[in-house]
Design a protein around this ligand. Sequence first.
Ligand code: 2NE
Length: 270
Amino acid sequence: TWEDHSIPDADILYHKAEGIAKITINRPEVRNAFRPRTIKELRQALADARFDENIGVIILTGQGDLAFCSGGDQRVRGDSGYQDEQGVHHLNVLDLQKEIRSCPKPVIAMVAGYAIGGGHVLHLICDLTIAADNARFGQTGPKVGSFDGGFGASYMASVVGQKKAREIWFLCRQYDAQAALDMGLVNTVVPLAQLEQETVTWCRRILEHSPIALRMLKSAFNAGVDGQAGIQELAGNATMLFYMTEEGQEGRNAYLEKRPPDFSKFRRQP
Ligand code: 2NE
């Protein structure tokens, strides 16, 4: 049973249960398209889930059966980004993408219906994707005068290969769930009625495993494709692990106790 942590009148819903946080884009009338406010709220919920020690895995999804997300809300697209209530233009979904990737907990996209445009990139960025059999995937950028040349291009190519990624962007076709599975874009396809149950089963399995091992693996997978930022993330985890050792703590303790550090008792591993 999900505990409701949603804020009234928000563009998203936010639930928690047994170590799982579920973040839901709640704009079904526009196929869960996002506006700047939606992204701001998604980022806040993701940060909450990241810093909640009881949460070990995060689900990102869309309200209803028709769409996961249809990308940027074209009705509020201004001349240099998506316009907020103050008239300021944003592409803040790019910040959300980075935060999903650098979140040390697995993030799972639970996709029913359309994952299109910037909504397709959101599922792509997630660590895993569980698709319902009615899911449909694709990019529309070149059709609507847009593109995502960041993770949307380079990370997609690392997932499906260069030829397929170019096809997806150049032709702007839609792919059904089976085609997405065949090209490695999703992890599994299940009947729509079983989508949440299957996703929760995957979450429970992940929750049985070592949080630090999962964290290290996520940053290791990122490091290969994220350049210096990916290395920084992996190295940050190495520093965290070193801080957890007696050897690391000896340096801190010696400084605080105003004495020279004694590292002589620590072995030099071959
Ligand atoms: C998603 C899709 C394929 C669904 O088709 P269908 O036939 O199921 O629904 P329909 O009738 O097209 O949509 C239902 C209502 O939702 C609105 C529609 O305009 C329609 O409104 P009404 O006519 O009922 O008033 N709607 C759907 N998507 C919307 C959107 N993105 N913005 C505003 N209203 C939207 C079909 O709806 C579709 O192809 N949607 C557009 C997908 C798209 O092109 N998205 C933007 C890509 S660019 C992007 O996301 C982006 C980026 O490239 C870079 C940075 C940031 C963002």
